[in-house]
Ligand binder design. Structure first.
Ligand SMILES: NC(=O)c1ccc[n+]([C@@H]2O[C@H](COP(=O)([O-])OP(=O)(O)OC[C@H]3O[C@@H](n4cnc5c(N)ncnc54)[C@H](OP(=O)(O)O)[C@@H]3O)[C@@H](O)[C@H]2O)c1
Length: 341
């Protein structure tokens, strides 16, 4: 095998506030040959996620932070170019977490081989049939436990996770209200995804708008944002409401402590259950979620969209789309061309 050079983004500095290009260093590194149990993969797609900002910080979190000098962590889909003695084949499509690099030599046990010829694009496995879909499925169904006729409110509703949450809640016969950051996103939620109502938090007072759209109060508040939005949901929470706490994107760029919810007292008054979760808590049950989501996608009951940025060199700039709201669906980078099938 001739030497393979991996183009990489390594973490160079920890952010204070937003993510900047100079917090990453571009390197080109010649890879060693795969040894026993290892494969050489070429990256096709790299997932960009709000949690990239968390991993860059040296704070107490659910995984160790990325160390300065390490390849930036990230979900990946790639093609096997050298399978060594692993039983894999050249051309197998695999999913893993080898991060922000064009090629990698990795332990074969750290990847899963994706099915071929499903009729779905590979990008589906990085969105609705990947961690995003599983987050929506387990967060809503296991933690939110929505019942038919209940009202479900979803924040960052036009995003990758939120858009799937709302559609699952419709499948479960709930009234669904989404909160998003533009009129276009709100129209997409109501006109194409079947949400009952949508609130543009940039132009409307969220509490007033939710009061109007949730005349029977809120039973499930799927929380992706935090801050004023969480407060509005707590204010309107019904007795025994559930709040799956999936994300707090409004505070990921904060430099210091942020205030807690002002309406925290309603957790007591209304006996609300707020439960944080990380999708990997459910990793053993991913096949269940992927089977259900695949069925709903095939039936046309769940739609999804992906926002694909071209070129690994653009990853550091592109991740900010998640924070300014300019992403239209699951954000990812196309790192190289898919092999002809
Ligand atoms: N717990 C888990 O295991 C898990 C797994 C995956 C994701 N998550 C969390 O789920 C949330 C959504 O992630 P995603 O991957 O699906 O991303 P996404 O929703 O596709 O993109 C993030 C969206 O958040 C909204 N946003 C950003 N800053 C905001 C702010 N200050 N106030 C209100 N909205 C803001 C923007 O939409 P607008 O245009 O509407 O503002 C943006 O498009 C994040 O909090 C993420 O950390 C958690």
């Amino acid at each position: 095998m001739s030497a393979v050079v991996s183009r990489q983004w390594r973490l160079a500095a920890r952010p204070s506030g937003g993510i900047e290009n100079d917090q990453f260093e571009w390197r080109e590194e010649t890879l060693a040959e795969p040894s026993d149990g290892q494969v050489l993969v070429r990256t096709l797609y790299l997932s960009l996620d709000p949690t990239n900002r968390i991993w860059m910080s040296d704070i107490d979190q659910y995984m160790p932070p990325v160390e300065i000098g390490d390849v930036m962590r990230g979900g990946t889909i790639g093609v096997v170019e050298a399978p060594g003695r692993t039983g894999m084949q050249v051309g197998d499509i695999v999913q893993g977490m080898w991060g922000w690099q064009s090629h990698a030599v990795i332990d074969a046990r750290a990847v899963r081989v994706l099915p071929r010829d499903t009729g779905l694009p590979l990008t589906a496995y990085m969105s609705v049939l990947g961690g995003t879909g599983c987050t929506a499925y387990f967060g809503l169904l296991d933690i939110g436990q929505p019942q038919p006729g209940e009202t479900v409110v979803v924040s960052a509703a036009a995003g990758a996770v939120g858009s799937i949450v709302g559609q699952i809640a419709k499948i479960k016969d709930c009234r669904v209200v989404g909160i998003a950051g533009s009129d276009d996103k709100c129209r997409w939620l109501t006109d194409e995804l079947g949400f009952d109502a949508a609130v543009n938090y940039r132009t409307e007072t969220v509490l007033e708008a939710l009061r109007r759209h949730c005349p029977d109060g809120i039973d499930v508040g799927f929380e992706n944002v935090g801050g004023d939005i969480l407060d509005a949901v707590l204010t309107l929470a019904n007795f025994k409401a559930r709040i799956p706490l999936c994300g707090l994107i409004a505070q990921y760029n904060a430099d210091g402590p942020v205030p807690g919810p002002y309406m925290f007292r309603n957790v007591l008054m209304k006996r609300v259950r707020i439960e944080g979760f990380i999708v990997t808590d459910f990793i053993r049950r991913f096949p269940e979620a992927i089977a259900a989501l695949s069925g709903w996608v095939a039936e046309g009951r769940i739609k999804y969209r992906v926002d694909v940025v071209d070129g690994l060199e653009n990853a550091p700039g592109a991740v900010n789309k998640l924070f300014d709201g300019s992403n239209q669906g699951k954000l990812m980078v196309k790192v190289s061309d898919e092999p002809a099938s």
